[in-house]
Design a binder for this molecule. Structure first.
Ligand code: ADP
Length: 317
């Protein structure tokens, strides 16, 4: 029986718990002994590694976050701590590692593999959907649904009061969440870092719409644009002449009950990751695109900036 471990690193996403459940079940099915590493790379260094069983994953499929914790680890950047991590894995005869994380976590993993030879597979997990080489990252669908629910609620109050609501989504310098939300929430304005814009171009249009009876505006802006949300709200007040409010959705976007899509993607990512490791794919990330699941090198995933889907971009007005 071989031993296999899983950890979550960097930002948590909804979908990690369903992935942990499938990890335990599929490992046992494949005659592997599953281990959990608690609190990301910190747990590798501190030997916080424990055998996992069905009991550990019972009832977690409905919960956001991650039962085994996630962390950022400054120590893992240093070789001496990675050597301790390797020793801890060796003590338990663990030679396969699955990491749920973003490109930063994968970069660390690559260095760790080159030093230690521990086979690994990365599962792209970030609500920002900004990892190159994969069209889907675990957690995105749940985040989009949380945002949708929030905006639907904000719309109720916006329409009652004749107000412009400026709603800020996460995404760092990637506008994916804002763009998909714009297309699916019927907002009037969408500002994302990938598209140059000039607010003056909207002034006449929005004023005309108000004269024609528009009562409210919903503006979706991505956190990575050059202005902050308050500046956009001030623009609505000063240039369009409508009272405005800001809603920064923040960490609410990272939590919540995982959607069916994220539960299913978690299931498939894990099955593919374990199958890949058993087929001796040593150092790759399991990606998903229109051709299905495929393994890509860390280099491919981390060296280029992800560009937004051209079709989606073409829809923005
Ligand atoms: P994400 O995986 O979400 O992009 P981070 O960029 O914060 O998150 O990276 C998560 C963790 O991965 C870091 O806290 C660190 O422990 C590890 N890591 C990132 N880059 C490196 C690196 N160059 N060398 C070693 N570890 C790294």
């Amino acid at each position: 029986m071989s031993n296999i471990a899983i950890l979550c690193s960097g930002g948590d996403v909804s979908g990690m718990n369903p992935a942990l459940k499938q990890f335990v079940e599929y490992s046992l099915q494949k005659n592997l002994k599953p281990y959990f590493v608690y609190d990301g790379y910190e747990g590798l260094i501190d030997n916080n590694i424990k055998a996992a069983s069905y009991c550990d994953v019972s009832g977690i499929i409905t919960r956001g976050g991650t039962k085994i914790g996630s962390a950022r680890s400054k120590r893992f950047m240093e070789k001496k701590y990675r050597q301790i991590a390797k020793k801890n894995l060796d003590k338990l005869n663990i030679n396969m590692l699955i990491v749920l994380g973003g490109d930063g976590s994968f970069r660390g993993l690559d260095i760790f593999y080159k030093e230690s030879g521990i086979k690994f597979c990365g599962i792209p997990s970030t609500i920002d959907n900004d990892i190159n080489g994969t069209d889907y990252c675990l957690g995105v669908d749940t985040a989009l649904n949380i945002i949708k629910t929030s905006i639907d609620a904000i719309r109720d109050t916006a329409s009652s009061f004749k107000r412009a609501f400026v709603i800020e989504t996460m995404g760092r310098d990637c506008g994916y969440l804002a763009l998909v939300t714009h297309l699916t929430s019927g907002s009037e304005l969408c500002l994302i870092p990938e598209i140059a814009y000039d607010l003056r171009e909207y002034e006449q249009k929005f004023k005309k719409e108000m004269n024609n009876g528009r009562r409210y505006f919903i503006a979706i802006i991505s956190e990575g644009i050059k202005e902050n949300s308050q500046e956009i709200a001030t623009w609505f007040q000063e240039k369009i002449g409508i009272e405005s409010r800001v809603s920064i959705l923040g960490h609410i976007q990272r939590g919540g009950n995982p959607t069916v899509k994220d539960r299913l993607m978690a299931y498939k990512f894990v099955v593919n990751a374990i199958d890949g490791l058993l087929e001796d794919k040593h150092e790759s990330v399991i990606c998903y695109d229109r051709f299905g699941f495929n393994f890509k090198s860390i280099e491919e995933v981390t060296s280029k900036k992800k560009t937004l889907d051209k079709e989606l971009l073409s829809y923005i007005k």
